[in-house]
Design a protein around this ligand. Structure first.
Ligand SMILES: NC(=O)c1ccc[n+]([C@@H]2O[C@H](COP(=O)([O-])OP(=O)(O)OC[C@H]3O[C@@H](n4cnc5c(N)ncnc54)[C@H](OP(=O)(O)O)[C@@H]3O)[C@@H](O)[C@H]2O)c1
Length: 269
């Protein structure tokens, strides 16, 4: 595994992480207490941790926090970088602290490494949430603050709102089929040292079935998933967070990191 500076955090993280959003039905059943296929999903997360991945991404919405708790049992907590997210209807100070407390309980941890606002709320509620998150940093409940699905204007606004901290990471969609962040978000993150966690790095699995991607990856003697991940890693700020619920997929994704493909070829794609 390779590691690099995670935004302005002063800590190094594995260049890829692991997502834990499964599907809408999984969320519904998980909220009712049934973690479908839990054993395989836990094995997959552990395969990733054993191979050196240290970022695990979840959210209060996903229903996967209890699964992550089981997966990380027995691993040194300070070797894992946990990110979770607060839903936009929970941005009022008191509500945010309640959400945070529940996430901590479900994850079985005393602190969250990166706490993100999952989607932007109104200007006022974003502000209230960010100030509450600063207090959570102060009390040691979270280490870093992040934003997900925010546009550049709102990211700049959020950074102005923060008094003592900065935005460490953003989390937005970025993959070979969705290149919008290249216009403004990625150049901004590169310049400002903000980590960009790329969600849907495999376009929710669609890239694996794309004829062009399959053809190019065959020529390069790698797999479509590996090509999709390597292509994202051209940016220093980017940390793709593919979700894989099968250990063999996680291992394949981990191996991508060590494959050397000249940047010119990746840029051409
Ligand atoms: N902030 C947000 O609003 C937001 C939104 C969406 C997602 N996310 C985060 O981003 C993560 C990733 O997104 P995602 O899970 O929706 O999509 P994704 O990672 O783009 O794709 C997941 C799909 O790719 C498959 N896959 C993974 N590795 C593979 C491999 N080596 N070969 C073949 N297939 C492979 C998975 O199959 P298996 O599961 O069968 O292994 C799964 O079907 C989420 O889990 C979540 O943590 C954040």
């Amino acid at each position: 595994m390779k590691y690099k500076e995670f935004g302005n955090s002063g800590t190094k993280n594995s260049v890829i992480g692991m997502g834990t959003y499964y599907d809408p039905l999984w969320i519904v059943t998980a909220k009712l207490g049934w973690l479908r296929d839990a054993e395989k999903k836990i094995q997959s997360l552990r395969a990733g941790l054993d191979a050196g991945i240290n970022i695990i991404d979840t959210a209060e919405l996903y229903g996967s926090e209890p699964l992550v708790k089981k997966a990380i049992e027995g691993y040194a907590r300070n070797k894992i970088f946990l990110s979770t997210k607060v839903w936009p209807t929970h941005l009022k100070r008191e509500r945010l602290f309640k959400s945070l407390e529940k996430s901590l309980q479900r994850l079985g941890t005393r602190y969250i490494d990166l706490y993100l606002i999952h989607f932007p709320g109104s200007k006022d509620s974003n502000r209230e949430a960010l100030l509450a998150m600063e207090d959570a940093v102060e009390s040691g409940l979270i280490k870093f603050i992040g934003l997900s699905n925010f546009n550049l204007k709102d990211i700049i606004e959020a950074r102005k709102t923060l008094r003592k901290n900065d935005i460490t990471a953003i989390q937005n969609q970025y993959n070979l089929k969705h290149r919008e962040p290249e216009k403004d978000l990625l150049p901004y993150c590169e310049k400002e040292k903000i980590a960009f966690m790329a969600y849907y790095p495999l376009a929710h699995g669609k890239l694996i079935e794309d004829k062009n991607i399959i053809d190019i990856s065959k020529k390069l003697k790698i797999t479509p998933a590996q090509l999709s991940i390597l292509w994202l890693l051209r940016w220093n700020s980017v940390f793709p967070i593919p979700r894989a619920s099968r250990p063999e997929h996680v291992i394949e994704n981990v191996k991508a990191v060590d494959i050397e493909i000249p940047k010119e070829i990746l840029d051409k794609i």
